[in-house]
Design a protein around this ligand. Structure first.
Ligand code: GLP
Length: 256
């Protein structure tokens, strides 16, 4: 894992956009994430598309997860969210923006079909990740098998509370979701996790310096050969080895 600590959330967004841009230029298959953390990176990529001609026309995209039972047209479905916040503003073909089908009659079959679609596309080249306050990635809540595939999950009450800010009331947040599994996510060639703000400090500490354990699903990144975590000072505030990560970043020839 490479842990990159930057002063502000804006710095996190800029560096993440630099990394994503390199993949877009190669027409890579992009793994997208919802949540508020990646929005600043998406905004910067939209700016580079509009002002600098950065093209996504050769890329395909796969979203991490979806609420079960929420119509695609619902403004909080992840299908609608990723279009509103990112893909409608760039030149990616909308038919190439995929997400798990949370409205399917047969949810387990929809999960299997989604994993199959990712494989058919040649796999995800770079997977963007946020992190929940309980250490979830995608919607893999604590206790998720580290080898899990795309499947139905029940949200943790903490996640329902965290995400209720996007709905009129907590009762409207769906309890079930269809999410790429930790095994599915781990097959992406590069994992890029972003975290900003003090509220993520415990989850980042458990991810980076805790044991590899299903209780902190994001700790599965410890097994990945190419995982990059970009965090701001607030999210890094509980890391015991923060000075070492800064030193290693400053001396990493790849960033020169
Ligand atoms: C949701 C999403 C995750 C995201 C998390 C954190 O639960 N399923 O993919 O990482 O929210 O979101 P935020 O960035 O808004 O804190």
């Amino acid at each position: 894992m490479e842990i990159i600590i930057l002063p502000t959330a804006e710095d996190v967004a800029q560096l993440a956009a630099d990394i994503f841009e390199q993949y877009a230029r190669k027409g890579a298959t992009l793994g997208l994430a919802t949540g508020s953390t990646p929005v600043a990176m998406y905004t910067e990529l939209i700016r580079r598309h509009k002002e600098e001609g950065l093209s996504f026309a050769q890329s395909k995209a796969f979203l991490l997860d979806e609420y079960v039972g929420l119509a695609k047209e619902h403004d909080q479905s992840y299908y609608a969210t990723i279009r509103r916040e990112f893909t409608n503003h760039i030149d990616i073909d909308d038919a190439h923006v995929h997400s798990p089908d949370g409205t399917a009659d047969d949810i387990p079959a929809a999960g299997i079909a989604y994993d199959h679609a990712i494989k058919e596309a040649g796999g995800v080249d770079i997977q963007l990740l946020g992190i929940g306050t309980d250490g979830h990635i995608g919607f893999n809540e604590p206790g998720s098998a580290l080898t899990s595939r795309t499947r139905l999950k029940t949200l943790h009450p903490q996640t329902i509370e965290d995400n209720s800010r996007f709905f009129d009331s907590p009762e409207e947040v769906p309890i079930h979701v269809l999410t790429q599994g930790l095994g599915t996510i781990s097959e992406a060639k590069h994992l890029l996790l972003l975290a900003t703000g003090e509220g993520k400090a415990d989850a980042i500490c458990a991810t980076v310096e805790g044991p590899l354990a299903a209780v902190c699903p994001a700790s599965v990144l410890q097994l990945h050969p190419k995982a990059t975590l970009i965090v701001d000072e607030a999210a890094a505030s509980k890391l015991e080895h923060a000075d070492y990560y800064r030193f290693a970043f400053e001396h990493n020839p790849a960033w020169k």
